[in-house]
Design a protein around this ligand. Structure first.
Ligand code: QAP
Ligand code: CO
Length: 170
C-alpha cells in the first residue's frame, strides 16, 4: 500500500471535474486501499480521488469512532430527502488547519457502486450526510471554502499560499 500526496487549495487541479469509473478491476481496488490508508494516516474522515490528483468519480469515507468502518463510493450521486439544513464545522484534508461552518441538506439518499461494480443505496444523516456531500463536491471541482464569504476564502488562500511558499524554500 502507498500513501498518496494530497493536493492543497488553491491548487487548480482541485477544480477538475472527475470522469465516471467504468473499469472495476484490481487497479481500482489498489487505488481504494491506497486512498483509505492515505486518509487514515492524515487523520481524515473522507477523501475524494480528486484530492490525490486522480480525476475519477470515487471517494472513501470512515466516520466511525474506532476507524474500523471504511466505505468506498464509486460513481456516487445523491438526492435530498430532507431539505432542512444541518450546520457542521467542516474541514478538508486539502485545506489543512481551517474549519468553518457550512450548512447542507440534513438527509440524503446516496446511490453508488461498490468496488465490484454492484449498485447500492443508503440513506445518510448527520456527519455521514455532510461528509458524502462534501466529498461529492470534490468530484465536481468544488470545495467547502466556496460556501464561505469571498473575504474568508481569500484569507484562507493567502495563508495557505504563504505556507506553501515557506515550505518550498525551507
Ligand atoms: C470532510 O474532512 C468533512 O484541517 C472530510 O489539519 C469534515 O477529513 C466532512 C483534516 C468535517 C464533515 C465534517 C483537516 C485533518 C481532515 C485538517 C476531513 C487537518 C487534519 C478533514
Ligand atoms: Co475535502
Amino acid at each position: 500500500m502507498s500513501i498518496l500526496q494530497i493536493l492543497e487549495f488553491p491548487d487548480p487541479r482541485l477544480r477538475k471535474i472527475a470522469e465516471p469509473v467504468s473499469v472495476f478491476d484490481a487497479t481500482l481496488e489498489v487505488l481504494i486501499e491506497d486512498m483509505l490508508e492515505t486518509m487514515y494516516v492524515a487523520e481524515g474522515i473522507g477523501l475524494a480521488a480528486t484530492q490525490i490528483n486522480v480525476h475519477k468519480r470515487l471517494l472513501v469515507i470512515d466516520v466511525s469512532e474506532n476507524k474500523d468502518s471504511p466505505q468506498a463510493f464509486i460513481n456516487p450521486s445523491f438526492e435530498i430527502i430532507e431539505d432542512e439544513l444541518l450546520e457542521y464545522d467542516e474541514g478538508c484534508l486539502s485545506v489543512p488547519g481551517f474549519y468553518e461552518t457550512v450548512s447542507r441538506p440534513s438527509v440524503v439518499r446516496v446511490t453508488a457502486q461498490d468496488k465490484a461494480g454492484e449498485n447500492f443505496t443508503l440513506c445518510a444523516e448527520g456527519i455521514l450526510s455532510t461528509c458524502i456531500q462534501h466529498e461529492i463536491d470534490h468530484l465536481n471541482g468544488k470545495l467547502f471554502v466556496d460556501y464561505l464569504s469571498p473575504l474568508k476564502r481569500q484569507r484562507i488562500r493567502s495563508k495557505l499560499e504563504k505556507e506553501h511558499k515557506d515550505k518550498a524554500s525551507a
